[in-house]
Design a protein around this ligand. Structure first.
Ligand code: ACM
Length: 387
């Protein structure tokens, strides 16, 4: 008789805490994919069932909840994590128990785990293109501001390298704020920005602080057309939290925006909105959370098992038509081929896509080919629409 047992998976995205807005969108992206898979008959007739826990954005909770999913619930595959500090908390758990984490968030690179699949952008898929775009259109003097944890330190180091290796490149300042920074913290930073007059600001602020930074910038009367904030983390989820117009004119590099111009993307957004309404704004982290569940289901269908040894060979090298374009998991790096894009926030809070890669770009998480000129020529055919 055919096996009709449900397939249980774990989900670790937060509903409360600093980055809960974007993590809620990741949970709904995951839920949406699970809904689609089950509506189409499940995986060979087996229903996909998620156990969703809320770690409240605290790394120690991600670790203990991953232990709980693996040991108490006997779950073999976990979808989850936004902040790199939370991924690093789950990594030893999946490595110890031979389980799999699928991680749908851009991050700082310089990592490989045999037990993680990375479906968000590595620095050669967003940071390199942002450095290229900003230095060509605005200048080479950058002011770095980030939240106080590992991703911003590392992402700022990489951005600094990309800027400083260009003639005239300069780091004007590098400042960090607590994850729970308040209005006063950001007004002091914006005063400093006003004094120092960089060509652009690179923000690695995450979660709730993002709104405060952009609103403090707008309140100070600074002009995004002349000195914009450029970011890899400010997506539609954060923009939707801001006062109207606080985000307008600022720039983000990401493999996906809602405005990606394809029938597949438009249909996917329509199906999502029919089911979930507008409780969240779809964004790059939502999209990665969505397509990685479909990649898992496809591999699971081929392997017939979620046991890592049987599943992984079918996941590695697998491809899927995602809303951003056709993605592929690289067997060597466990990272994903993605489509770098540069977007600027328009009056309506949607990103206008200013430049995009004509081809998928494989991740190079250790930046083996560390030369920005080489990036743009070798990997990326960025369009050149003026900012
Ligand atoms: C991040 O912490 N990877 C955004």
């Amino acid at each position: 008789m055919a096996n009709t047992d449900p397939i249980h998976v774990g989900v670790l995205f937060s509903r409360a805490g600093i980055t809960s807005r974007v993590e809620y969108s990741q949970w709904l992206g995951t839920d949406f994919a699970i809904h689609e898979i089950n509506a189409a008959g499940g995986i060979d007739g087996r229903e996909l069932v998620a156990t969703h826990l809320d770690p409240e954005c605290l790394p120690q909770n991600y670790r203990s909840m991953a232990e709980k999913l693996v040991q108490d619930e006997r779950i073999r595959v976990i979808f989850g994590c936004y902040m790199s500090s939370t991924r690093k908390a789950v990594m030893p758990v999946v490595e110890k128990w031979q389980r799999l984490l699928m991680y749908p968030t851009l991050y700082e690179g310089f990592e490989y785990s045999p037990n993680i699949i990375y479906t968000g952008a590595a620095p050669n898929q967003n940071n390199a293109q942002l450095a290229d775009y900003m230095t060509r259109h605005f200048g080479r003097r950058v002011y770095l501001v980030g939240s106080d944890y590992i991703y911003p330190y590392e992402s700022n180091r990489i951005m600094s390298d990309f800027i400083l290796e260009r003639p005239g490149g300069a780091k004007v300042a590098e400042r960090y704020v607590r994850l729970d920074a308040n209005e006063r913290d950001f007004s002091s930073i914006v005063r400093d920005i006003k004094d120092k007059q960089p060509d652009f600001i690179f923000s690695t602020v995450v979660g709730r602080g993002t709104r405060l930074l952009y609103e403090a910038y707008a309140d100070a009367g600074l002009d995004p057309a002349r000195m914009p904030i450029a970011s890899l983390t400010t997506c539609e989820a954060e923009v939707s939290e801001m006062a109207p117009h606080a985000a307008t004119g600022h720039i983000t590099a990401a493999p996906y925006f809602q405005t990606v111009d394809s029938a597949l993307n438009r249909q996917c957004l329509e199906r999502f909105r029919t089911l979930y309404g507008d409780v969240i704004e779809p964004n790059m982290c939502w999209e990665a959370a969505y397509f990685q569940v479909h990649l898992f289901a496809q591999a699971m269908q081929r392997s017939g098992s979620d046991d890592l040894e049987r599943l992984l060979p079918h996941l590695l090298g697998s491809e899927l038509d995602a809303p951003q374009g056709r993605v592929r998991i690289d067997p060597a790096s466990h990272h994903t081929r993605l489509y770098p894009r540069i977007g600027r926030v328009g009056e309506d809070g949607r990103f206008v896509i200013l430049a995009e890669s004509a081809v998928g770009v494989d991740a190079d998480p250790y930046l083996v080919h560390h030369a920005t000129n080489e990036w743009s020529i070798r990997n990326v055919a960025l369009g050149d629409v003026d900012a």
